[in-house]
Unconditional design. Structure first.
Length: 236
């Protein structure tokens, strides 16, 4: 079973590079030939989704071939921001345009890896087309990519989102966390244990039936809760 809240809060409050920072989002756009470079930095959360979506749609509007994303400056982003990217990307493909990630820092790379979306946002095909002298994405490639993206997203949502949401609820009830804090704990523990997010969530869900977590995983979860609550206590 998960340890009670007092066990997590009693851990020594040691800082970590993985701790959540309440940084404001920064979004900059710049036209680069037939594409638009969008640079994202700081933190992107649920409340920033509308701004991100509006920026991407504006960047795709007009005679451009697509958007190149620079995520190297992101210090925090969550599922909602990734959902926006994937949704707008799929819409762009129907218009023969593309959204690709051309630079990603450790934070962005980890979430893309954990969710299996690296290939969907990889620039390899667009680079190959430009190298071959094709200025526009091939219609058949755009159609194939759009269908593949939709299938991947639907399958991932059906298979992993319920368990992730259940795990968040369990953490919220066990440790008195908010929904965002519970998400941060899952991501932090997933990164520190090199475990896929949905697999970690499935392990947390099994604790409801009395199945104990493996000791290393229990320690990482408890440590993640301690770090998150330490940040909140210091900011209170």
């Amino acid at each position: 079973m998960l340890e009670p809240p007092y066990a997590a809060r009693s851990i020594s409050r040691v800082g970590s590079a993985c701790e959540r920072e309440d940084t404001s989002p920064s979004i900059a756009t710049r036209r680069d030939s037939d594409r638009v470079l969008v640079t994202l930095s700081g933190g992107l959360r649920l409340e920033d989704s509308e701004m991100l979506e509006s920026t991407l749609h504006s960047a795709l509007d007009g005679p451009v071939q697509g958007v190149d994303l620079d995520l190297s400056g992101l210090e925090f982003w969550d599922w909602s921001a990734l959902n926006v990217l994937l949704t707008v990307r799929r819409q762009a493909l129907t218009k023969g345009k593309s959204i690709v990630v051309t630079a990603a820092g450790p934070v962005a790379e980890r979430l893309l890896t954990l969710t299996g979306t690296c290939d969907l946002l990889a620039p390899a095909r667009e680079d190959a087309d430009r190298a071959a002298g094709r200025s526009e994405p091939r219609a058949e490639d755009a159609a194939d990519d759009g269908l593949r993206c939709e299938v991947v997203q639907l399958r991932r949502a059906l298979q992993t989102r319920p368990e992730i949401d259940l795990a968040r609820g369990i953490l919220m009830a066990s440790f008195g966390l908010s929904a965002e804090e519970a998400w941060d704990v899952l991501v932090m523990a997933s990164q520190n244990t090199n475990t896929k997010l949905h697999r970690l969530a499935a392990d947390v869900v099994t604790t409801v039936n009395g199945t104990p977590l493996p000791d290393p995983l229990q320690k990482h979860l408890t440590a993640a809760v301690a770090r998150i609550t330490t940040v909140d206590d210091q900011q209170a």
